[in-house]
Each structure stands twice: as structure tokens, then as C-alpha cells.
Design a protein around this ligand. Structure first.
Ligand SMILES: Nc1ncnc2c1ncn2[C@@H]1O[C@H](COP(=O)(O)OP(=O)(O)OP(=O)(O)O)[C@@H](O)[C@H]1O
Ligand SMILES: [Mg+2]
Length: 462
């Protein structure tokens, strides 16, 4: 099963995840900035302290001494307290103040430039500075080296607090962005949710389309597509209802007629009259049988292209066979029925019974609506990738305005006569479309007459 996807969650993720990445990078740089700031502040204090100590170095009887003024250490006052150590060495390297064994600078400071360095004091990390203090004296020429170091507790605390503050701001920023995002999304998605409720709650008989302008422009095509789909379904449902009503009517009428005919037959005393009633009833039964067959073919063709049992069918042979069954009808109406078929390439992928039905319906119409003495010709041949069947007659033809309507179920022309139900061409169209084909009605050249042209894709062996 596919995990259910949430637009809200996805959009929010797209907002928060990159933002978190940016903020993480930001926090990382802030960490280094905080470290740098803390270093800078510590270094300033160290240097100031070292200077105070250096300025107090004096010579007493040719001996250098370095009394440590309290001010030099007071500036380190911090909470938590740090260890501060110092060391003063004469130009000859003798230690005159502080701890001899600690905070030896890695190299002698050159000139007046202070040297900052990291060291350890009793296992504690320490930051320290060393400066050179020139001594003006005959006995002690050169520079005294003053070094001051401080453990890193205050330094680290400063850094942490700087960093934490920045971190807090950034986290607040992400949270605010997330919240605003959720809020914005809720508002943005509200029209879709409303639309969803509309769809869910809609009465199936409701015809009114959904309001496309109630949603954002990006979603309008969706609503329009939805409306179109609904409209199609509505139309289909209406057609279906009409069809059922019509079919019921069409079945009821001949049944009532049959009932009357049988009643007449029963009542009549004379054999001849009974015969006559029986013959009439027989015709009614024929009509009903035809109608039932038509309804069945329609239902079968309606299943659509994919669910039909199809095979390779020689459309030419099917058409010839269908026409043979109609020669009697043609003869009785004195119509010249012709058939021309190409020898090869008339194979299609289809349903033989339905294809036969298609030919019968077209030719039956041609025979039925062409006046006596006319002619009907069916031609079947190959046209490129298609197999084309043309049925031409010399009847009245169909007015252009009616050429779409005649395909509707139960539609019949004004002078169509009493026999027939108006299903013939509806069946033809259904069969054609279930074979991925096309049908075009046009006027016969030369007039008068109708030219019904059906084209189906030719079967290709691959
Ligand atoms: N070859 C034709 N020439 C003139 N009019 C035609 C022709 N074929 C069909 N029509 C017109 O189209 C209408 C619909 O044809 P369709 O075959 O669907 O129904 P029908 O022939 O009236 O009844 P049935 O269901 O028995 O076939 C006919 O009533 C007729 O008016
Ligand atoms: Mg017909």
C-alpha cells in the first residue's frame, strides 16, 4: 500500500527541513564567532594584565625585581573564578616572579608584539600571553619576558552563553516559521477542504457545477476537470434513464398489441379469421424478437472495447455472409443489391457476431428506406491501415441536420415507416466505437442517396 501523502506535511517539510539545514549551518558559524569573541576578550585582559606587570619591573641595586600590583590580577575577577598564573623572567632567564615551571611561551616574543598561546596548568587548559619588556640597565641589558595565563572557565562560559543566545534565537525563528507555515497552509488549504466537503456531501442528482473561483487559480483546472467529469456522468446517467424508459415503452407496446391479437384470435369463430389473427400475432412476435435482439446487441457492444471476446475476423467474409442473408429482402423489394470486396487484407481484430450485426443494420436501413426499383451497394476494401466498408443506396438520404441525431437511441426519421425502433444506427455506432473505428454518413455521389462509411483498423500481425 502506498503511504498516505499529506500536502500539509509535505509542504511543511519542504519549508522546515531546508530552513533547519540553513539554521544548523548558521548555529555552527555562530559557535565559531562566539569562540572568537571569547578569545578576543580573554586576550585583551591577558595583555592588559601583562602590561601592568611589565611596567612594574624595576632595578634595585642592580637586581631586577617584579612586584605584582593587585590591579594586574583584579581584572580577572570572574565567576566562576579562574586560576591566573604569571611568570616574569629576566633577560638572562632567571625567574623573578610567579611559577617557574609553567607557562613557558613556545617562543620568545620578538619586539613588542605579544605572543598568545595555549598551554596547561595542573591539567587545566589555559590561554596565555607573553610580552617582552625592554630593560634600560647596564647590569641587565635586554628584555624581561612577562607571561600571564588564565584557565578557561570564564572564557568557556562566555562562549557558551553567547552561543546559546544565538541558538535560542535561531530555534525560535524556525519554530515561528513552522507555525506561520502551518497557519498559512491551513488558510491556503481551506478552499480545497471546502471543495472536498462539497464533493462528499453532494446529492448525486445535483447538477450545479462546483464554483471554480472559490479556489486558488492553480487549482482551478482541477475543479474544471471535476465539473466536466460530473457533467459527463450526468449526461450518461440521463441517457441511461431515457434508454430504460424508452426500452420499457418499446417492449410494452408490441406486447399490448400481441395481447389484443391473441384475444381477437380466441374470440373469432371462423377459421380464416383465426388464421389472420395468428398471422398478425406471428408478425408481432417477429418484431419483438428483433427488438430483443437489438437490445441484446446494444448491451453487448456497450461493454466497450476491452471486455469483448475478440479475434482475427475476415471482415470481407462476414459482410458477404450478412448480405447473403438479406438477398431475399432485396428481391422482395425489387432492389438491386450489389456487393464488391477486395480479395485480401480485410482482416480486423473484432467480434464476428457484432461485426455481422453492424453490416446487417446498415444494409437493412439502405434496403428499407430506398424506394422499390432502387439499388444498394456494399463495398469493402483496404485503405492504408484501415479496412473500409461503404454502403450506398439510392434512397432519400439523411438531411445533414439529422446525421448526428439518427445515431441516438430510438430516434427515427419522420418518414421512417411503422416498422423499426430507431436502434439500428445506435447499435452500429456502439459496435464501431468498440472496435476503435469510425462511421461517417454522407450524401451519395451522385445524389440522391446515402453513403454510410465505416472504417476499422486493419489487423496487423505483431
Ligand atoms: N439508408 C437510409 N436512408 C435514409 N434514411 C435513413 C437511412 N438509414 C437510416 N435512416 C434514418 O435514420 C433513422 C434511424 O435509423 P435506425 O436504423 O437507427 O433506426 P430505424 O431503422 O428507424 O429502426 P431499427 O431500430 O429497426 O433499425 C431512421 O428512422 C431513418 O429515418
Ligand atoms: Mg434501421
Amino acid at each position: 500500500m502506498m503511504p498516505s501523502r499529506s500536502l500539509q506535511r509535505e509542504l511543511l517539510a519542504w519549508l522546515v527541513v531546508p530552513l533547519t539545514a540553513v539554521v544548523s549551518f548558521n548555529v555552527w558559524t555562530t559557535y565559531w564567532n562566539a569562540a572568537e569573541t571569547a578569545d578576543l576578550i580573554t586576550d585583551r585582559t591577558l595583555l592588559a594584565s601583562a602590561r601592568v606587570i611589565a611596567e612594574n619591573i624595576r632595578e634595585n641595586d642592580g637586581v631586577l625585581e617584579a612586584p605584582i600590583p593587585p590591579a594586574a590580577l583584579e581584572m580577572f575577577a570572574s565567576d566562576p573564578p579562574d586560576r591566573v598564573v604569571y611568570r616574569v623572567a629576566t633577560p638572562r632567564g632567571r625567574i623573578i616572579a610567579g611559577y617557574p615551571d609553567v607557562i613557558a611561551p613556545p617562543g620568545e616574543p620578538v619586539g613588542l608584539e605579544p605572543v598568545y598561546f595555549q598551554t596547561r596548568f595542573r591539567e587545566q587548559p589555559m590561554r596565555a600571553v607573553a610580552i617582552a619588556q625592554p630593560i634600560v640597565s647596564a647590569q641587565n641589558p635586554g628584555s624581561a619576558i612577562v607571561a600571564v595565563g588564565q584557565t578557561l572557565r570564564a572564557h568557556d562560559q562566555l562562549m557558551t552563553s553567547l552561543w546559546l543566545k544565538a541558538l535560542r534565537d535561531q530555534v525560535l525563528l524556525v519554530a515561528a516559521a513552522g507555525l506561520l507555515g502551518v497557519f498559512g497552509l491551513r488558510r491556503g488549504l481551506a478552499p480545497i477542504l471546502r471543495l472536498r466537503n462539497d464533493v462528499v456531501e453532494r446529492d448525486p442528482a445535483e447538477l450545479k457545477p462546483f464554483a471554480a473561483n472559490a479556489v486558488q487559480s492553480e487549482l482551478r483546472p482541477l475543479v474544471e476537470a471535476l465539473n466536466e467529469a460530473f457533467e459527463r456522468i450526468q449526461r450518461q446517467m440521463a441517457a441511461q434513464r431515457r434508454f430504460v424508459a424508452n426500452a420499457a415503452h418499446q417492449l410494452r407496446t408490441p406486447l399490448a398489441l400481441l395481447k389484443t391479437q391473441v384475444g381477437v384470435g380466441l374470440r373469432e369463430k371462423g377459421v380464416a379469421a383465426k388464421e389472420e389473427a395468428l398471422a398478425a400475432a406471428d408478425r408481432s412476435v417477429d418484431g419483438m424478437a428483433r427488438l430483443s435482439n437489438q437490445l441484446l446487441s446494444l448491451a453487448r457492444a456497450e461493454q466497450g472495447s476491452s471486455s469483448l471476446m475478440k479475434s482475427e475476423v475476415d471482415f470481407g467474409a462476414v459482410a458477404r455472409d450478412a448480405l447473403e442473408g438479406l438477398t431475399q429482402a432485396a428481391l422482395s423489394r425489387h432492389i438491386d443489391l450489389g456487393f464488391e470486396a477486395e480479395e485480401e487484407g480485410l482482416v480486423v481484430w473484432g467480434h464476428p457476431t457484432l461485426l455481422r450485426e453492424l453490416v446487417i443494420n446498415l444494409v437493412d436501413n439502405a434496403l428499407r428506406y430506398t424506394p422499390e426499383g432502387g439499388s444498394v451497394t456494399a463495398r469493402i476494401g483496404r485503405d492504408g491501415e484501415r479496412v473500409v466498408l461503404r454502403v450506398e443506396d439510392t434512397g432519400p438520404g439523411i438531411a445533414e441536420a439529422d446525421r448526428e441525431k439518427v445515431f441516438e437511441r430510438f430516434y427515427r426519421g419522420a418518414d421512417a415507416g411503422s416498422e423499426g425502433t430507431g436502434l439500428g444506427l445506435a447499435i452500429v455506432r456502439e459496435i464501431v466505437s468498440s472496435h476503435d473505428g469510425e462511421i461517417v454518413l454522407s450524401g451519395r455521389q451522385p445524389p440522391p442517396g446515402l453513403n454510410a462509411c465505416v472504417s476499422l483498423p486493419a489487423y496487423r500481425q505483431d
